[in-house]
Structure formats: structure tokens, C-alpha cells
Design a protein around this ligand. Structure first.
Ligand SMILES: Cc1cc2nc3c(=O)[nH]c(=O)nc-3n(C[C@H](O)[C@H](O)[C@H](O)COP(=O)(O)O)c2cc1C
Ligand code: SF4
Ligand code: SF4
Ligand code: FES
Length: 616
């Protein structure tokens, strides 16, 4: 069915809403990648079977939704209208859950979320601290609608912003609204989207293009994946509005190679949008035509960089080029091209639908709206969180993240992906926005946030990120290619006890040369993990170099394992897990470690129930 005008869209929406039976109950099963890999498809199937078996099918629907962000607790299931939230649901619990929730009108306690701090069970999603502190604008539909059903998107207001743009606004007014909203790109640099659009509009070219960057190569990040999988129409709608404003008939979505579900849901969404007349010739019955093509990513982190991405779309090797010519002026096939990130595009319908004043009511002076972060590492609540710009690191890590895992001490948080910086405890009250993070030597990046506890060695962490970047540098320019390799050699030397006086200064010099001399921002920001850890944790580097000691007890060449005989209860667990049989001792008697055999794998340390294994 084609929708030929804004008015017809409104009446279609009204008919969808009116056709919904308010008495029908819903079981929402998360169908995001995380929950699917934990068996949520099977869970949904068993719910269907159980409803049939208990004669409840007539009043209850089972629906697969996109990611709720709390993937670590998956598979997640929500009952509506009861609002009951169940975590870690397996097929075996389904009959009990159905019986308790639908037949008896109560809850099945075993699968309720239990607050790790208060130990209390919490019934509904909105009362769980992980969700309570969030402001889910971009993730508004994730976990609520079926992303493969365009009607569900339309029923919650979807494509209304597009209709408004096409019927009530000129292209220029759309750009003005985005400029007024001060929308900054969510993919890394925070460049003002409206200003970029304006450059593309003003650039000469017989054709123009727009692109959505869904490459998301940062390890541990899954913000864009969740949006593309869980609410693909919000990205598509944003792109159509952008295409109208910029004046183009062709767009591309560049999807990371390893995101099969995002690809599938986007393809379905594009087909449905085309069929309903939101894409293709004469969008919504106007004389504006636009379509979108999907391009699979090249499988390298650097392919997310703007010029490498455009090369990759054109079928060339995904290598960056020098930036003396801006891609907004000469991008794809040397024609003006506008590139924005997935989350940036998903914000556009909100701005056009609700207005720039609404959008700017949230955020800091220089960063408006919300930001989605992938909160991972040593926090109790791991997952995707969306908060207003200006929330402090402490609010994100403690209020939403629930604090540090096992109540250990906080040590640092790394923000901004592999080339972000590590921020120490004294800056936990920093308001998170593009500029504040940069001031601290880190960056917003696309929103990765890795929390580290006191058992983290900051030199080892710097080495981990540099190792990643050595593999991902495309090798085109010397400062990045050789600078990263030399940094890795020095860091390996330091963590293996071979560090020399002057190594820290050498790392700083190399970092400076890479920052200023690299062709693209991969090399330009690659030194951040090293420079920020030197800045805030210099004493740790010095302990490794001068005292041949790893204060966090992590670097295998600088530590020794022993057992405190007074604390050991002789439970034998350590001896059982030791892969090289370095631990001896009788049952209920203190054990000992033969240091000449020990390979310092930490297995004994991890299993000891009395913390009798010591690292020195
Ligand atoms: C090495 C490297 C990788 C990048 N990867 C991504 C990515 O995966 N997704 C993304 O949106 N931006 C990525 N960027 C930033 C893009 O180059 C570009 O700035 C961004 O897509 C523009 O969109 P925005 O203005 O909406 O943020 C990367 C940049 C670099 C240097
Ligand atoms: S900075 Fe690194 S990734 Fe970028 S062009 Fe140079 S070698 Fe390639
Ligand atoms: S695991 Fe701990 S308590 Fe048990 S035998 Fe080993 S050192 Fe002793
Ligand atoms: S995939 Fe289910 S919560 Fe993320």
C-alpha cells in the first residue's frame, strides 16, 4: 500500500492505533543480537506453545523486539500491560512464568531483576536503576516495537516528522531547524550536522549523496548496531529528511560486515518503506524522490573513517586520503557527499517532529540532546545507556551502572573507543559532553565507555589498545604505521620488566609526532590511551620501569604468586584449576605454589574463596 500524502499518513496512523485492542496482553521477547545468541528465539517459540497449551492465545500476543540495552541479563522478557520485567529467561522457566503472571496475576520471582546493591527484586523495567536514570530519546522504540513491522513504527508516530518536513517546511527550513538544534555528529568528532549539511548544499556538483555510517568498529561498542537492528526506520526517516534538506536522490547505509541482523532488519525496513511510498519516486506523493542502498562494510576499523568509507563504497581499498579536500565538497565520485553517523540520523526525526527548542532543552551549553553509551567493563550493570549530555561520569557509572563490580575501587574509565583516553577518579564528576572529555585528554568518540577497577594495570591497558590499533592501522602513512609499532615495542618492553629510563619521554615524543603527522584521525588520536595513562598514572609506568613492579599485579613477568598459609583453608580448588600442577597440599591443610613451575595465569587467584592467593 502506498501512502500519497501527509494527511493519508495521519489517517493510516489513526486506523492502526484504533485497531489495537487495549485488552490484549503482550509478551515482548528481546530479539536483539545479544538475547538471540542466548536463545531468545527459542524462548519466544516456547511462549507461543505454552499460550496455546494453556488456552491463552486468544488474548495474548508474543512479539520480538529490538535490544533493550541490558543484554548481559538476557534473554529479556517484558509482560504488558503488567509491566513485569523478567531477565535470563530460558525455555524451562516459560511455563512457570506464564502461570504466575497470566493465570495467577502475580510474578515469577526467580527471573525478576535483583538489585546487586540492595539485593531487592524489582518488578518493572522503569524502576530498575539501570533504566531509571536514562533518558531514552534515540532508543525510544528499542525494546518496545517489532523492528520488522513498519506499522508498529507508524503507530508510535513514525514518519510523522518526514510528513511534516515535506508538507510544512522548505528544505532550507529543515536545515535551519537542525542548525538551531545544534545537533553534533554522534560518530566521533561532534561536528555540527547542520553546518555539514549546509556545506554540501553550497558545494557545486551535478549530483549529491548522503551516507549513514554504521561501521562501528570499536571493540565493545554496539550503540549503532542496536539502533539499526531495533529501530531501523528511525535511521531511514532521518536520512530521508536529510536528503530532502540537502537535495539528493541517493543515499547509502554502510553497515559493519559483522552485523547480519542489522543488515536483515534494515533491508526489510527499506523494502517496506519503499512499498509504502516513503522511499523511491515521489515520496509521500510529492515531487521529491530518494532511495537508499545498503553497502557492506570492508571489515576494518579504519573503514569507518570518512574518506576510507567513501573509497570502500566506490569499490576501492578502504584507505583514508588527505583531508585538504573535504568530502562534503568532493566525496563519493568527487561529488558533494554528506556523511553522518547512525545515531546522528536517528536524532533528526526527533528534531523535526518535536522542534529544535524541545531538543535543546536537554544537554550542556555546547552539546545538546542525549548520547548513547556502551557501558562495559567492571561495572555491575553492563549495557547500552542513553543519558542527557552533561550527566556526570559518576552518575553513569554509579547510578546507572550500579557501581564497580564486586564493590572494588574505581580506577579509571576509558571513553571514546580504542583511541580514547583513560580518565581517573578525580574527574568522576566531570559533566560528559564533547568538549569536557576532550579537555581531559579523552574524547566522546562514538560512545564507548570501559570502566576499570583497581586490579587494572594502566600500562597493560595502554598496550592492549595500541596492539589493537597496530592491527587496524592501514599502513598508508609513516607516523601512524611506524609510530604505533614503536609504541607497542616500548610498552611490551616496559610490561616485561625491560623498560629503560627515558621510555616514558620517548612514548610522549612518539605520541606527539603521531598526533600531528598522521594522515587520518586513527593515527591522529591513537596515542591518546598512552598519553592519558602517562598523564594520570605516571607512577605506574615508573614502578614498572624503575622497580620492575606491576602495582596492579597484572603483568605476568613482574609478579609472583604465593599462598598465605594462615588464610588458606586447604579447600584444594586452586590445585584443581592450576593448568601446570604447580600447587601442592593436602585436603584441609595449607597449600603451596612452586614458583619455578607457576606460569602466572591467575587461575588460582580467581578461584580461591578466602583470598589466600597473594600476588606480589
Ligand atoms: C579510524 C576511524 C574510525 C571511525 N569509525 C566510525 C564509525 O564506525 N562510525 C561512525 O559513525 N564514525 C566513525 N568515524 C568518524 C567518521 O570519520 C565521521 O566523522 C562520522 O561518521 C561523521 O558522522 P557524524 O558527524 O554524524 O558523527 C571514524 C573515524 C576514524 C578516524
Ligand atoms: S593515520 Fe594510520 S590509518 Fe590513517 S592513513 Fe595513516 S596509516 Fe592509515
Ligand atoms: S583455593 Fe585458596 S583456600 Fe583453597 S587451597 Fe588454594 S589457596 Fe587454599
Ligand atoms: S539484545 Fe536483548 S537486551 Fe540487548
Amino acid at each position: 500500500m502506498r501512502i500519497e500524502s501527509a494527511a493519508k499518513l495521519e489517517s493510516y496512523r489513526t486506523s492502526l492505533v484504533e485497531s489495537q485492542d487495549p485488552d490484549r496482553q503482550k509478551i515482548l521477547v528481546c530479539g536483539g543480537t545479544g538475547c538471540l545468541s542466548n536463545g531468545s528465539m527459542e524462548v519466544a517459540h516456547v511462549f507461543e506453545e505454552e499460550l496455546k497449551a494453556q488456552n491463552l492465545k486468544a488474548n495474548v500476543d508474543v512479539k520480538m523486539t529490538g535490544c533493550h540495552g541490558f543484554c548481559e541479563r538476557g534473554p529479556l522478557v517484558v509482560f504488558l500491560p503488567q509491566g513485569v520485567f523478567y531477565e535470563r529467561v530460558g525455555p524451562k522457566q516459560v511455563p512457570d512464568i506464564v502461570k504466575s503472571t497470566l493465570v495467577e496475576g502475580g510474578v515469577f520471582k526467580k527471573n525478576l531483576y535483583k538489585d546487586p546493591n540492595t539485593k531487592k527484586e524489582i518488578l518493572s523495567e522503569e524502576n530498575i536503576p539501570f533504566y531509571k536514570g536514562q533518558l531514552r530519546w534515540v532508543l525510544r522504540n528499542n525494546g518496545k516495537i517489532d523492528p520488522t513491522n513498519i506499522d508498529e513504527y507508524i503507530a508510535v508516530g513514525g514518519y510523522g516528522a518526514l510528513a511534516r518536513a515535506l508538507s510544512d517546511m522548505t528544505p532550507s527550513e529543515v536545515v535551519e531547524e537542525v542548525e538551531k538544534a545544534d545537533l553534533r555528529g554522534r560518530g566521533g568528532g561532534g561536528f555540527p550536522a547542520g553546518r555539514k549539511w549546509r556545506t554540501v548544499i553550497d558545494a557545486e556538483g551535478e549530483r549529491k549523496f548522503i551516507i549513514c555510517n554504521g561501521d562501528e568498529g570499536d571493540p565493545g561498542a554496539f550503540m549503532d548496531r542496536s539502533i539499526m537492528e531495533g529501530d531501523p526506520h528511525s535511521v531511514i526517516e532521518g536520512m530521508i529528511i536529510g536528503a530532502y534538506a540537502i537535495g539528493t536522490d541517493t543515499g547509502y547505509i554502510y553497515v559493519r560486515m559483522e552485523y547480519p541482523l542489522a543488515l536483515k532488519n534494515l533491508k526489510k525496513a527499506l523494502d517496506d518503506a519503499r512499498e509504502m511510498g516513503f522511499l523511491g519516486k515521489n515520496v509521500l506523493g510529492t515531487d521529491f524522490s530518494f532511495d537508499i542502498e545498503i553497502v557492506r562494510g570492508g571489515g576494518a576499523f579504519v573503514c569507518g573513517e570518512s574518506s576510507a568509507l567513501m573509497a570502500s563504497i566506490m569499490g576501492k581499498v578502504g584507505e583514508p586520503r588527505a583531508k585538504y579536500v573535504r568530502s562534503a565538497e568532493k566525496g563519493l565520485w568527487d561529488l558533494p557527499t554528506n556523511l553522518n553517523n547512525v545515531e546522528t540520523w536517528a536524532n533528526v526525526p526527533l528534531i523535526i517532529g518535536r522542534g529544535a527548542d524541545w531538543f535543546t532543552s536537554v544537554g550542556t551549553d555546547t552539546s545538546k540532546g542525549t548520547k548513547v553509551f556502551s557501558l562495559v567493563g567492571s561495572v555491575k550493570n553492563v549495557g547500552l545507556v542513553e543519558v542527557p549530555m552533561g550527566y556526570t561520569l559518576r552518575q553513569i557509572i554509579y547510578d546507572i551502572g550500579g557501581g564497580i563490580l564486586n564493590d572494588r575501587a574505581f580506577k579509571a574509565v576509558q571513553t571514546g573507543g580504542p583511541s580514547g583516553g583513560c580518565i581517573p577518579e578525580k574527574y568522576l564528576d566531570t559533566k560528559v559532553d564533547f568538549d569536557e572529555l576532550t579537555k581531559l585528554g579523552s574524547m566522546m568518540g562514538s560512545g564507548g565507555m570501559i570502566v576499570m577497577d583497581d586490579q587494572t594495570c594502566m600500562v597493560d591497558i595502554a598496550k592492549y589498545f595500541i596492539n589493537f590499533l597496530v592491527d587496524e592501522s592501514c599502513g598508508k602513512c609513516v607516523p601512524c604505521r611506524e609510530g604505533l609499532r614503536q609504541m607497542l615495542i616500548i610498552l611490551e618492553r616496559i610490561t616485561s620488566g625491560e623498560g629503560k629510563d627515558g621510555d616514558i619521554e620517548l612514548l610522549e615524543d612518539l605520541g606527539g609526532a603521531m598526533t600531528w603527522g598522521s594522515l587520518c584521525a586513527l593515527g591522529g588520536s591513537a596515542a591518546n590511551p598512552v598519553i592519558s595513562t602517562i598523564k594520570y598514572f605516571r607512577d605506574e609506568y615508573e614502578a614498572h620501569i624503575k622497580e620492575k613492579r606491576c602495582p596492579a599485579g597484572v603483568c605476568p613477568d613482574l609478579i609472583e604468586f604465593s599462598i598465605d598459609k594462615d588464610a588458606c583453608i586447604g579447600c584444594t580448588r586452586c590445585a584443581k584449576v592450576c593448568p601446570v600442577s604447580a600447587i601442592a597440599g593436602e585436603n584441609k591443610k595449607p597449600h603451596t605454589i612452586d614458583k619455578s613451575i607457576c606460569i602466572r595465569c591467575r587461575a588460582c587467584y580467581e578461584v580461591c574463596p578466602t583470598d589466600a592467593v597473594r600476588i606480589t
